[in-house]
Design a protein around this ligand. Structure first.
Ligand code: AMP
Length: 400
């Protein structure tokens, strides 16, 4: 069975067509600037050339139509008809407390996703638009929703509650949800596999370090804590997001700079993180690393603070689980940056961790980067959220 994995943003749509049995990517691509002038689709069939198509995409319906046309195109297509697509797996950002696992999409599920839009006003509406567009063009194909928050629904109350009046939790469901769940689940399982250990008896810390970044504590196969909260703003320092801070800072900036709440939120989401710490130099870790190596003060400051925050979370989660067997690095930065892993690893000696410098320089494959005698294993595991979504979708379709 072939599964189409769809990840819709407000003006973008990423897709992969995956063979559920061989787990091969048959085609992949991206539609950008949906609803804006200059829309284009980038499409790459397996073993073929990347092709860019400029075409108007006033909405996600036209974008999906272009994707389906490309997939079935006589020359560059990879399937002969849409009936070869057995199911569509949709990445949904927020499932609130309603969804602790992936689910087949029904009208009730659509309504429940809509009800969670309050919690993810930028993402859930876009995800819903993507589902509706696919349903319109593939009315008979089953659709599955896979939630970013679902894996973390196993967090205990003491980890997910904020110490604010409990009535806010009861009335508005203000609590910590966590994100990147598909990645944390995939990477932690894979780490157990690579180490030849039983997943359900391990204590694993996953560091998903990309433009958005989060750490999770996975004990016996269940997420028991994670660094993102009600929204993806909490936790680690990120590309442009501040991560943890004293909430009073908002009031302070409001008074000093005459900014509204919306303006301050924009600063915390878009102008902070390593971009802010580097004095506006860059949010891209490749730029920061080059400048760090050259000794540029602003980048040294940003990279050092970033690594320090990760080290603090690792310590907290080792304490929360009363130990740790393995620490995993994943996502753009975690997978590709020996430097950041070194900066973090050299502060973990108290856990009996030593990083093997040679192993740490490898890229793009599952690798144990700690030395043989390291008490806690440290691994690089490239994440694959699309494959994880395809697996969950296939699993649900098979049993339905
Ligand atoms: P993601 O959000 O997972 O796509 O990760 C994006 C982040 O990973 C960006 O800040 C990139 O600069 C960073 N990144 C990607 N490749 C590298 C690399 N080779 N070295 C350092 N950082 C990288």
């Amino acid at each position: 069975m072939k599964i189409l994995v769809v990840n819709c943003g407000s003006s973008s749509l990423k897709f992969q067509l995956i063979d559920a049995v061989s787990e091969e990517i048959i085609a992949k691509g991206l539609c950008e600037r949906i609803g804006i002038n200059g829309s284009q689709m980038v499409y790459t069939p397996k073993g073929g050339e990347k092709k860019k198509t400029q075409a108007p995409m006033p909405s996600h319906v036209e974008a999906i139509q272009l994707v389906l046309d490309a997939l079935t195109d006589a020359k560059t297509g990879v399937i002969s008809s849409l009936s070869e697509i057995g199911a569509v797996g949709h990445r949904i950002v927020h499932g609130g407390e309603k969804f602790a696992r992936a689910t087949i999409i029904t009208n009730e599920v659509m309504k429940a996703i809509e009800e969670c839009s309050d919690l993810a006003p930028l993402h859930n509406p876009a995800n819903l638009i993507g589902i509706t567009a696919c349903q319109k063009l593939m009315p008979k194909t089953p659709m599955v929703a896979v939630f970013d928050t679902a894996f973390h629904q196993t967090m205990p109350e003491e980890a997910y509650l904020y110490a604010i009046p409990y009535s806010y939790y009861e009335k508005y469901k203000i609590r910590r949800y966590g994100f990147h769940g598909t990645s944390h689940s995939y990477v932690s399982k894979k780490a157990a596999e690579v180490l030849g250990r039983e997943y359900t008896t391990m204590k694993i810390i996953v560091c998903h370090l990309g433009n958005g970044a989060s750490v999770s504590a996975v004990e016996n196969g269940k997420s028991i804590d994670t660094s993102m909260g009600l929204t993806p703003l909490e936790g680690l320092i990120m590309g442009t997001r501040s991560g943890d801070l004293d909430p009073s800072i908002m009031e302070f900036i409001a008074h000093k700079e005459g900014k509204s709440v919306d303006e301050i939120m924009n600063v915390l989401n878009k102008e902070s993180g390593v971009l802010g710490l580097s004095g506006g130099f860059s949010s891209d870790f490749r730029d920061l690393e080059d400048a760090y190596e050259a000794g540029q003060t602003a980048s040294v400051r940003a990279m050092t603070a970033f690594a320090y925050r990760v080290v603090k979370y690792i310590g907290a989660y080792a304490a929360a689980m009363n130990g740790v067997d393995a620490i995993c690095f994943t996502a753009g930065l975690g997978e590709n940056s020996p430097l950041i892993r070194k900066l973090i690893g050299e502060r973990l000696g108290y856990l009996g961790i030593t990083i093997d410098a040679e192993q740490n320089n490898k890229r793009g494959e599952d690798t144990v980067i700690s030395t043989k005698d390291s008490k806690v294993k440290v691994l690089v595991i490239p994440t694959n959220e699309e494959l994880a979504i395809a697996r969950e979708t296939h699993c649900l379709i098979k049993i339905s």
